[in-house]
Design a protein around this ligand. Structure first.
Ligand code: OGA
Ligand code: ZN
Length: 376
């Protein structure tokens, strides 16, 4: 049976729900989260916390059929909380988020056929198909789109359907082909060992989109590896190396005539629970390691251990992109690379862009909202 009790010593209201579970709500938290605290149209919080007396307490609490009504002692305000809202927002529980997807960590036994894949026209026209593909792309950190036209904008249109493109010093979109006067190794025909892009940026871009328009040259196969798998195995086999790579930052730098973009990064960034959240790996952009001499030997050993893992076929998946396909990957988790190609044997052309992680998450939440309303 639903019940509501006041625990004055702890300054909390305890709500026991019909299923027998309960939530404990501090007085100040309840008053701060009164539904009237938000602007009804913009949904932004407009109530000023400092106008609420810190020692506020309920004068009266009533349990109604589907809500709890609290009359407050110090400011005579009345707050009404829906029981469902109280159940969903119990302090101590992380709020449910439709953009949170458990990572499916993968290794070198994965094949192209295993990867999440969707048809471009389905992604553009069907919200359900888009949500499912986004969730899978987030879980794997790597997914494919097929059925794209030979219009270089067709892949970018799928990216734009998710969110704003992340502009960088290489433009809003970029053309990956062998060019004269390249300012990036990607714009040559050389092999690119596994890396993440733009480690030199304050915030390296989230998801990367590479639409293949032509791949007719000899060579040019794509390679991917799950940085979370590499990090997890390194933590298990060489915890000291893992520790150094997650605690010590190194400088990354890109510079050309117009730019000099530098940022220090840890190669492995941990979340607040100590789990790898991000991998920053780009040997071409790594600057000069500047830690004290006595740490450098250990750091080199750790850095080389991770580098060796990026060369180990136990982690890498290799396949050739076909014209009309687009590969999409979390650039802050999944490492990518390519084999060298011979531009005299045929044309190779990818059109790329980035969409940050936050855009992905926002689109997933909005699509999930529509799904709930439609009763799915
Ligand atoms: C890039 C890149 C891979 C490729 O443009 O950042 O890594 O297959 N390209 O050319
Ligand atoms: Zn790259």
């Amino acid at each position: 049976m639903t019940a509501v009790d006041q625990l004055p010593e702890q300054r909390i209201v305890r709500v026991t729900f019909a299923d027998g579970t309960h939530g404990d709500y501090p007085f100040i938290w309840l008053r701060d989260n009164c539904p009237t605290a938000w602007h009804p149209e913009t949904h932004e919080k407009v109530q000023d916390l400092l106008r609420i007396p810190a020692d506020i307490a309920p004068r009266d609490i009533k349990l109604r059929e589907s809500e709890v009504e609290i009359a407050w002692d110090r400011d005579n305000h009345i707050s009404r909380f829906a029981l469902d809202w109280l159940a969903d927002n119990r302090p101590g529980r992380v709020l449910a988020d439709p953009a949170v997807v458990t990572s499916a960590v993968w290794r070198g036994d994965t094949t192209k056929a295993d990867l999440p894949r969707a048809d471009a026209s389905a992604l553009l026209s069907d919200d359900g198909a888009l949500y499912d593909w986004l969730a899978a792309a987030k879980a794997w950190g790597l997914a494919l789109v097929d059925g794209l036209s030979s219009d270089p904008e067709s892949g970018m249109a799928v990216a734009r359907r998710i969110g704003f493109l992340r502009e960088t010093n290489f433009g809003k979109t970029f053309e990956v082909k062998s060019k004269a006067n390249p300012n990036n190794l990607a714009y040559t025909a050389v092999a690119l060992p596994l890396h993440t892009d733009l480690a030199n940026q304050e915030l390296p871009p989230g998801f990367q989109f590479l639409h293949c328009l032509a791949n007719e040259a000899v060579g040019g196969g794509s390679v991917f590896a799950d940085g979370f798998a590499i990090a997890a195995d390194l933590r298990a086999t060489d915890p000291a190396a893992f520790d150094l790579l997650s605690r010590r930052s190194v400088p990354f730098r890109f510079h050309d005539v117009d730019h000099d973009i530098r940022q220090r990064q840890t190669v492995i960034r941990l979340d607040e629970y100590g789990n790898p959240a991000e991998i920053c790996w780009n040997a071409h952009l790594a600057g000069i390691f500047d830690m004290p001499a006595e740490t450098l030997a250990d750091y080199y050993a750790a850095y080389r251990a991770l580098m060796a893992a990026t060369r180990d076929p136990a982690y890498s998946v290799e396949f050739t992109l076909k014209a009309g396909e687009m590969v999409v990957f979390d650039n802050r988790r999944v490492l990518h690379g390519r084999a060298a190609f011979d531009p005299t044997t045929g044309f190779r052309y990818l059109h790329g862009c980035y969409v940050d992680r936050g855009e992905f998450d926002s689109r997933m939440r909005v699509l999930a909202r529509a799904r709930r309303t439609n009763g799915h």
